[in-house]
Every structure is written in structure tokens, then in C-alpha cells.
Write a protein that binds this ligand. Sequence first.
Ligand code: SF4
Ligand SMILES: [Zn+2]
Length: 344
Amino acid sequence: MTAATPSLAHRVAEERRPAPGSPTDARHYVKLWQEPESLDGERVSAFVLILRTRGCYWADVKGCTMCGYARDTLGRSATEEEIGLQLTRALTAYRGEPYVKIYTSGSFLDAREVPEASRAQVAKAFAGRARRLLVETLPEFASLPTLEALRESFGGTLEVALGLESTQPRVLAKAVHKHETPTEYLGAADRVRRAGASPKAYLLLKPPYLTEREAIEDTVTSVARASEHFDTLSVNPVHLQGGTVVEHLFRRGLYRPPWLWSLLEVLSRGSRLRAPGTRLVSFPTSGGNPRGVHNCLRCDPALLARVQETSLTQDFSRLDDLPECACRETWRHALALEGLAPEA
Ligand code: SF4
Ligand SMILES: [Zn+2]
């Protein structure tokens, strides 16, 4: 593993930062959609909303190597009124889905992104209508009083997602470029539990500067180390977002998104290492596409369907008899050959 060049990360962060948005921009949320989910063992539809806020403060400072969400932000803080308008618009598309996920291209619990009153407004809008509300945050904003207040405003199950990515400090700092340590993420997960909410972690498969084999081992290790602290672990294979370090490296032939065979190995081994009761899932973005997790592109649809079914049912025996494809041998060779390469 080689170290990142700080100047590259800062240059990329500078290029993707949007100019401050107008009041018209601020009235429009980024995106919303419905997606299949599992809730208390039942197949449900989840309502997913991305609010337009100032976005992640860390993306302005340096940002993570795979994250291009800064492009979806407002370039300034949104006011309470502006967030209220986005919410009102979004609610016209809400059909009573029992699972609601609210994202902000950053941290829902950072008051610079979502003022305290707006947090409560969002939670109350779904109170009594949804059974589970998911928000995402960096660990430093997940204080006990903030979590408890949000849980009380909602009333149902509050799920708090943390982008842990890796439990290995060196990978997190040098390959992902996170500002916080794994210990801070695990501490935040424990606070989420103390507040009566459900902690979920995102684990990143194949940050840059790791070989494919190192990436597999990193995520398997992270599943084993993190699972005591989280109710759900979601493996997110890197997909190429615009304005990111990974995209910059990809364009120069220095990065390939992970193989789907690698994800299948992670899920299979991880399922045997996780703590009892911890859900292990993966819903890859851009799966089966050259910019996301992929194999030869021919076998991808059938294998991605297995990943989705396994994630929804938690029946990992579905990964025991995978359809074969010649590219599995190519993947094995790629792993073997990169192991022979001299250390950079
Ligand atoms: S991955 Fe999370 S912490 Fe990193 S820049 Fe993106 S939003 Fe911020
Ligand atoms: Zn194939």
C-alpha cells in the first residue's frame, strides 16, 4: 500500500466544490426514490430522500477518496425554511412506506447542515407513519442528547448509519482519508445503542492504494471487528463518482473498482465471522457496470441478484452454489499475480 499525495486530494476537493446556491436551488431536494428493503423480516418498500444542504464539512477540507457527494450540495447552509420546503415537496411522493431513509450528502446531525428544529420537523413528518427512520452522520455529531431528542421526535425505531468504512486505522486514514479513527466510530455506535437507537455501519470495499486481496481482507476483518457494535453492516463496494480521487486514478489506469467475485467472498466469509444477530447486507450502486463492482459484465446480473436476495433474506446458503463463469479464473489469476508484484 502506498500513501496518497495530499495535494491530489486537496486539488480534487477544490475542483468539486459548488458555488453558493440560490434560494431556488435550496427549495429542491437532490433526489428521492423507493427501493426494496427488509424490515423485521418482512419485505417492504423504503422511501429514500436526499436533502440539499451545505453537505459534509470534511468534503470542504479534504474529503474522502471515493466521495463525490459534495457536487450535490448547496454550497452554503440551508435555512430552516428552505429545508421545510424541500420536505413539503418530498412528502407529496410519500406513500406511507414503513422504512424511511433521509440522507444529506453529509451528516443529518450536523447543525450546520440541518438545524435542530429542522431535524425535529423531519422526524415528526414521519412519526406514526413510518416504523423505521434512518439518518446518516459522522461520529462527532452523534451525542447522546442529540440522538435521544431525535428518537423522541420520531417515536418509532431510529436507525443511525455511520460511514465506518474500515476498522483498520491505517486504511481509514491513508486510503479512505477519513478524519476520524475507527475507535471514534465504534464509540458513536455504542452511544447510538445507549440512546435506544439502532446503529448501522457502511464498510467500504476496495478504497484506492490497496490490492484486490488487501481490500477483501480489510473488509472481512472489519466485519469481524465491527459486528459487536452494530445491528447492521452494509458493504459498499467503491463506485466511481465524479470529482473524486478514485475517479482520477481510474482515468489514469491506476484503479479498478472491485470484482463482484471479491464482494461475494467478503459476504460469504463475513457471514461466518459476524456476531449473532448482526445483519450483513450489500446493495451495490452501479453494480455490473464498469464504474462499479463488476466481473466480466456477462455473469454480473445473475450474481448481483444473489447478493440482493441474500441481503434481504439473510440466507447465506444462497452464496454456496454460485453460477460459474470463466471470469472467475481470471479473477483468481489477478489475485495471484498482484501478490507477486514488487511492493511500490
Ligand atoms: S464519505 Fe462521508 S465523511 Fe467522507 S467526504 Fe463523503 S460525506 Fe464526508
Ligand atoms: Zn463472468
